[in-house]
Structure formats: C-alpha cells, structure tokens
Ligand binder design. Sequence first.
Ligand SMILES: Cc1ncc(COP(=O)(O)O)c(C=O)c1O
Length: 417
Amino acid sequence: MTFSDHPIETPVRPGSPVHGFGTLAVHAGSPHDPSTGAVIEPISLSTTFAQRAVGEPVGAFEYSRSSNPNRENFEKAVAALEHAKYALAFSSGSATTAVILQSLAAGSHVISISDVYGGTHRYFTQVAKAHGVKVTFTPEIESDIVRQITPDTKLVWIETPSNPTLRLVDIRAVATQAHQHGILVVVDNTFLSPYVQNPLDHGADIVVHSVTKYINGHSDVVMGVAAFNSDEMKQRLSFLQNAIGAVPSAFDSWLAHRGLKTLHLRAREASTNATVVAAALEASPHVIAVNYPGAESHPHREIAKKQHRNGMGGGMLSFRIKGGKSAAEKFCQATTIYTLAESLGGVESLVEVPSSMTHAGIPKDQREAVGVFDDLVRLSCGVEDAQDLKNDVLQALEKAVVWPKITNGLNGISGPA
Ligand SMILES: Cc1ncc(COP(=O)(O)O)c(C=O)c1O
C-alpha cells in the first residue's frame, strides 16, 4: 500500500492520529491528482465549478469563496496536525479572531488574558464592542477566571505562550473551570505551532493560528486558521466563513500547505536555536531578564513540560536589555543576521521592540503591567545556525550596551556605529 493508494485524511478519531507528526505534515490533505498522477496538488484558480444540472455540481465545489480544493486540502492537513475533526482557513489570523468573535450573540462577554497579541487586543477593545461583545482582561487567568465569569460569559481567550512576554497558561486548568460554566475556550497557538503544542488535547474547544507565522513559515503568506471538533461549531463558523468572505486565495492556501509540510523540521530547529540564544542571553551581564519557556528559569517551566512536545520552548523569546529603550533600539539595529522587522515564525530570524512596534497600540500602563517595558526586545529564531545566531546577539549587546557607555564616559572616544 502506498500513500497514493490511500491518501491520509484526518486522523481516525480526533486526538488519536494514526501516524506521526512528520508523516501527517507531508501527507495529510495531499492526495495525488487522480487525472494526472501529479504528486503535488495543482493550484485550482477557477472561481467557479461547472454543474451537470441545476444544483448538481460535477465535483464537491461550486464557488471558490465557499470552498476550494487547495483551501480544503490545507484545512484537512491542519485538522490532522491539531488533532481536530475540522479546520477552517481565513484570510489572516486577525480575520480568524474576528469570525470567532462575530459568532457570539450581541451581549456576550469574553474573558481574555491581559498580554494578548496587540491586534487581538485592538479587535477586542475597539471592534467587538461595536457589535455588543464585551471583553475583560486578566493577568492571572487560572486563579482569576471564576471571579471574572458573568452570566453572559461565553468564551475564554488564551494565548500560550503569550506575545511578547512568553508567559504560559495551564490550558487544562482553565478549560476545566470554564466548562463547568458552559464556556468555550479558545487558544491562540501561533507562537508554538501544532508541532510543539496541541491545545485541543488539553481541553481547549478551538485552536487558532496566524498561519502567517510558523505554519506557512516562509514569511510570504498572510493567512489564518481555526481547528475544532464540534459539528455545531463547524456549521456556524463555515456559515460565517462564507457569509463574511474573509477567505484565503487558492495560491496562498497552496503555499501555506507547502510550508506546513516542513513544519516539524523548522519548529525543531527554531526551538534548538532559541535554547542556545536564551542561554547566551541569560549569561550576559547586559541583560536584565530573559523570557523563554524552554529555560529552567522560566516561572511556568512546569506547564511547558506538561503541555509542550518534549518540554520544548519553541523559537520565540524576549529579554529586557540594560540601558532602556535606546539600548533596545540600538540592539535591533546592530544585529546582522536577525532582521529588524515585525512578525515571527519564518525561516529567517527577526528582532523587534514590542512597545514601539507590535504592541504600540496598547496603553503604556497596561503594557507595563504585564511586563512589556520599553527595554523589552523580542526575538524570533529562525533556522540559521545556532552558533551564528548566538554570536550575532552577543555582538549586538556589546554595541547596544557597552560601547555607548564608553562613548559617554570618555569624550571623543566612540565605538563603531
Ligand atoms: C499571536 C498572534 N495571533 C494572531 C496574530 C494575527 O495574525 P495575522 O497577522 O495573520 O492577522 C498575530 C500576528 O502577529 C499573532 O502574533
């Protein structure tokens, strides 16, 4: 038997994939083209599909906004990797968030962790309330959830790890409490990818991703996805996917599916690299603190060991640099391999200052309450060589922290630009 005879679809039952992650990543949702035998699926650009008679399409498709072969194959692959029955793809991670929030009735209440991604915070505070959904934020959701619940609470929104402080949430602890009140739990799994963490296995009801990040992995597609097990949710969210129309193109679906096939290789390498870089930062006298869930020093390390594959830390980390905002900015300009840019999860390493970039929209007092200070630098470790990334970070620290001090102390003597 070969995969071409029996293409791997979703797992036999949710939560019990019959194949390992790498095998599913390569083969799930990837049938060989029955007419040509093409091993890689063709890109199906047609917006519409012929019908034999009125209401009798030739195949499974009618119109590309409603469904498309490339989108459907990608959705099957993500469902398999997230141990879900269903997945639905959207035009961005933000569109995925919007559709889930719009699935709630007016008057609904949502509880979110405080340090959510800035765009999610913007949607929660500036858009959701326009259609009557109220969101409250809490920094300690495991202990605070019961106090936050009201009769209108319908959803809990978690990011674990959170962006950019890499705090972890015990999904099982939150889901157990939420389910006692009939509340659904959504986990944004963007920072780890399905390779490192499968939130549905820990009790979440919906897992969402900005596919733009690790799942696509090559910084050339903006896309989102939600995966879940409930048939009722499938009906509701598919309806909104079609009615709102925030769907990815066939080409983007094809590219993201191609990226997904190497997710396990990229996620492993990125995690190894981040571990090396985090250790180098922790040992540096120029660093105040490092946030990395793979480090034994991380306050939620025990959650990482329970929730992450082999206790891996993932490819993301952040750290506070000595010298404040100006040192943070100098650091980002001094790196030569890490590129100063927003986003994360690509094969190339990126660096940014969240307080002035990705999280600039969150008021300063709220930011700082959850640890997003002006001196916080966020690193997305790519798949370059660990030693090169470590050397890059160490030389940038010298330029950002040490040489400016020498310049200040000794008039006329300056370090390199
Ligand atoms: C954790 C997280 N969730 C959601 C999003 C939004 O995704 P997108 O940019 O694809 O809309 C991002 C974007 O950076 C993110 O970091």
